[in-house]
Design a protein around this ligand. Structure first.
Ligand SMILES: Cc1cc2nc3c(=O)[nH]c(=O)nc-3n(C[C@H](O)[C@H](O)[C@H](O)COP(=O)(O)O)c2cc1C
Length: 378
């Protein structure tokens, strides 16, 4: 294929793949698309290792890194920025009612709180349940990302800080930002973002309220000629063709990579994803504190129940989640096992290689565009 984005990055297909798994990132990049590693769950040391590994496996082909830089979180609101023990600082803002409610959910599902799991760690990292979405833990990820030969720096829940955008540009790295509303796209372009990822309601992970079908053309028109990637509900060639027909220059995909062979998810999650249909997801604050589409589980239901104390703002809700995950250990009750995934989960019915996903998507895209063109012939 040949368009604005394939030329910009020297890639074969304008298919961008978000994944937390380095193997998927490298496989997509090597198959002619652009793999983008989600940095959120990695400590700075781990991220350094992951990116070094990718550098060694893509032979100079372009890949990207995605960070999450929420404009609004409890740490920013309250000026908590001491990274040495941000986990403990943030936990002070979680009420006893919330800890008790998590314990109740776990015991209701047979988890023995005394026998299983370990307590949350102190510090700032994944063990403390903080991840990269505080300002203090997200910034080092950007520095590490920019110390590798990446082609794209993407960010969700807000644009990267202006200084990071400028540094990226100085190094020839393009900057992309995920948005769910037209105003956010306009704001990010004004800040210097090069590519807007217009992500609709049906997407996995944090998502807004406007569907992909409506959002993409509105964003394309609002920020032309800045290129737009259509995201949310894209996992096949027909969906890719739909995104391009809406005016996007490429597609940004996430969920579809959760069930590829290179992704090392647990068997229970993979089984649930392969079996799920498009009505088995829910947009809920139960995972992170911000609305995120995920598998509907006993955990998401519990936070909707009348006795729920209500979810907490980001990143406190995820600290509760991490506590629960630690308590459940390696054999969590099946009904509590979930993860972010979009409505496209209905199409994730078998484990394929990343290369096969790209090839099938491109073949179906070509068939679709030919079928549509043939309709015009007289
Ligand atoms: C498991 C999972 C985790 C995600 N985490 C992030 C993230 O950390 N940063 C981000 O920018 N987007 C994240 N997303 C959203 C994806 O980047 C992408 O926009 C979305 O998956 C596209 O919609 P789709 O799921 O229908 O393909 C996540 C999506 C999933 C499924």
């Amino acid at each position: 294929m040949n368009n604005q984005l394939t030329e910009m990055f020297g890639i074969e297909y304008p298919i961008f793949a978000f994944s937390h798994c380095r193997d998927v990132v490298a496989a997509v990049t090597n198959a002619g698309g652009m793999g983008v590693l989600g940095a959120l769950a990695f400590s700075p040391e781990e991220l350094e290792m992951e990116l070094t590994w990718i550098d060694e496996h893509v032979n100079g082909k372009p890949y990207g890194v995605d960070v999450v830089m929420p404009v609004k979180t409890v740490d920013r609101d309250r000026g908590i920025d001491d990274v040495s023990d941000i986990g403990a600082e943030l936990r002070k803002h979680i009420s006893q009612d919330h800890w008790d409610y998590v314990d109740k959910i776990l015991t209701d599902h047979g988890v023995d709180l005394e026998a299983s799991g370990k307590e949350l760690e102190s510090g700032a990292g994944i063990g403390a349940g903080v991840l990269g979405w505080t300002a203090a833990t997200g910034s080092p990820q950007i520095d590490i990302a920019l110390s590798h030969p990446i082609a794209l720096l993407a960010s969700a829940l807000g644009p990267p800080p202006k200084a990071a955008i400028d540094q990226a540009h100085a190094q020839g790295v393009k900057v992309a930002a995920l948005i769910g509303r037209v105003e956010q796209a306009v704001r990010d372009v004004q800040l210097g973002v090069d590519i807007i990822i217009a992500q609709g309601y049906e997407a996995g992970g944090h998502t807004g309220e406007v569907s992909t079908m409506v959002l993409v053309p509105d964003v394309v028109d609002a920020i032309a000629p800045v290129p737009v990637l259509a995201a949310g509900g894209v996992g096949t060639g027909r969906q890719m063709a739909a995104g391009m027909a809406l005016g996007a220059a490429g597609v940004w995909t996430g969920s579809i990579w959760l069930t590829v062979a290179e992704n090392g998810s647990s068997t229970t999650v993979t089984e649930k994803l392969l079996a799920a249909t498009s009505t088995d997801t829910v947009r809920s604050r139960a995972y992170t504190g911000k609305p995120a589409r995920q598998l509907r589980t006993a955990w998401t239901d519990a936070w909707e129940a009348p006795e729920s104390p209500g979810t907490l703002p980001m990143p406190l809700q995820f600290i509760l989640n991490s506590y629960a995950a630690n308590k459940m250990g390696s054999k969590p009750p099946r009904e509590l096992v979930g993860m972010p995934v979009g409505q496209i989960v209905s199409r994730m019915n078998q484990v394929r290689s990343s290369k096969a996903v790209i090839q099938e998507m491109v073949e179906e895209y070509v068939d679709t565009t030919q079928r549509l063109s043939a309709d015009l012939e007289v």
